[in-house]
Design a protein around this ligand. Structure first.
Ligand SMILES: Nc1ncnc2c1ncn2[C@@H]1O[C@H](COP(=O)(O)OP(=O)(O)OP(=O)(O)O)[C@@H](O)[C@H]1O
Length: 273
């Protein structure tokens, strides 16, 4: 599998250019973190990959094919931000996960035994089988995320895009999601995950892409997740805020310790002697 975004420009109907000349190539199984401030263009990049917006310039190719072909082959799975979902819509958890199978069904959408099995397996894998008959609005934030993850699992996507999967989830749920993402990578899938939780990035992302109106830098975490690059993506003041702040040390690349503040901002890096 390969995801190749080259020179993509995403502009909306009101003329706002969310991304300009953005490039990102993921050509092996990976967990790639997509990092940037609010409004940096992360969701716009996802939408371009999913074919929800058509780039005004540039190309998106998936294993050499167009997005439309990749969609038809069920290669692309998307776990949306919670805000994008209408939680009042009267469907059960099982119904939502079954949507991941629509691409495998004919127009009558009558599930086969294989579809039902994929749904049960997806729900079991995220620990949500007991909630299968619940209305989706009647779930906690973390449970909602897990349901949409189960939908991606049921779909058996080769490229899985997760928009802010850790927003509002507790530490245990976050750990469960991360270990599931590792399993999916081991199965050969490409995982692209946008997150604001910088502190957790070195622990689970083998690559990162920094977004600010374009892809500023992308590559292996140990090369790209550096204070200098983070300052470019998040603003240059991070390093000056250390005095008096309560800080956390997070294991970083090559034995380094990342010094983060309470909000997950990177203040600096301690290198081993
Ligand atoms: N449908 C739209 N019409 C016009 N402008 C839009 C639309 N969607 C997003 N934008 C704008 O494009 C820019 C990038 O938005 P995008 O949602 O891609 O950012 P993001 O990095 O995902 O942000 P967040 O972290 O807040 O989710 C923002 O300035 C946003 O206001």
């Amino acid at each position: 599998m390969e995801l190749r975004v080259e020179g993509a420009t995403v502009a909306y109907a009101n003329g706002h250019v969310a991304l300009r000349d953005a490039s990102l190539v993921l050509d092996r199984p990976t967990i790639c973190g997509l990092l940037g401030v609010n409004g940096a263009g992360k969701s716009s990049l996802f939408k371009a990959v999913m074919g929800l917006v058509t780039p005004a310039a540039g190309t998106v190719r998936i294993a050499g094919e167009s997005v439309a072909t990749a969609q038809r082959r069920n290669w692309l799975a998307y776990v949306p931000q919670a805000e994008e979902v209408d939680w009042a819509f009267p469907v059960s958890v099982r119904d939502v996960v079954m949507m991941g199978r629509y691409g495998y069904m004919n127009s009558l959408r009558i599930p086969s035994a294989a579809d039902r099995r994929a749904v049960e397996q997806g729900l079991a894998r995220v620990g949500m089988l007991d909630f299968a008959d619940r209305q989706i609005g009647q779930l906690s934030g973390g449970q909602k995320k897990r349901v949409f993850l189960a939908r991606a699992l049921a779909q058996d996507g080769r490229i899985i895009l997760l928009d802010e999967p850790f927003g509002g989830v507790d530490v245990t749920t976050q750990e469960q999601i991360v270990s599931l993402l590792r399993e999916l990578r081991a199965e050969g899938r490409i995982i692209l995950v946008s997150t604001h939780d910088l502190a957790s990035v070195p622990g689970f992302c083998d690559q990162v892409a920094l977004v600010k109106g374009t892809v500023l830098a992308a590559g292996p975490t140990e090369k790209v997740f550096t204070p200098a690059n983070l300052a470019r993506a998040f603003g240059g003041t991070a390093a000056t805020q250390a005095a008096g702040a309560s800080v956390t040390l997070v294991p970083g690349p090559d034995g380094a310790q990342l010094v983060m503040d309470a909000e997950g901002r990177l203040l600096g890096q301690l290198r081993p002697e």
